[in-house]
Design a protein around this ligand. Structure first.
Ligand code: SF4
Length: 132
């Protein structure tokens, strides 16, 4: 990890959900899970949306479920066909406006080493398809 010199402060997810694209990622422990996470970070850094805590909804946080329920748009990035992030949102009845399953495009392998190129390709695909 690169040393962070300055930190970009983000709007709270509660506020962002009223006018922004909320990004939910699985963050699983495989290459595709990590790519999902890194794409969420990149899209947030590019001000294309705001990544929020998917696992908090899975853990039963009502506050986080409310964010998904009131979001302008929910963009969900799953590492593989298990669709963990999508299932978490579906579990609280949240609308999914766009969903991607990365293993349909990138082979799922047991590594956490990912390429910056892979992250950028997936981010561009989502930007183009959702018209962010
Ligand atoms: S969707 Fe696949 S990669 Fe992501 S957390 Fe679930 S099993 Fe892991």
């Amino acid at each position: 990890m690169e040393e962070v010199v300055t930190r970009k402060l983000l709007e709270s997810c509660h506020k962002a959900a009223e006018h922004n694209n909320m990004i939910w990622v699985c963050g699983g422990a495989a290459n595709v899970g990590r790519i999902a996470y890194e794409v969420g970070v990149l899209l947030t850094d590019m001000d294309k949306g705001r990544m929020c805590c998917t696992s908090a909804i899975g853990a039963g946080s009502k506050a986080h479920a409310e964010i998904a329920l009131k979001a302008m748009r929910n963009i969900v990035i799953n590492g593989c066909g298990n669709r963990c992030a999508s299932k978490i949102l579906e579990g609280v009845g949240a609308r999914i406006d766009y969903e991607v399953i990365l293993s349909n495009y990138i082979q799922k392998i047991a590594t956490l080493d990912v390429l910056e190129r892979e992250v950028k390709i997936v981010a561009k695909k989502i930007i183009d398809e959702v018209r962010l």
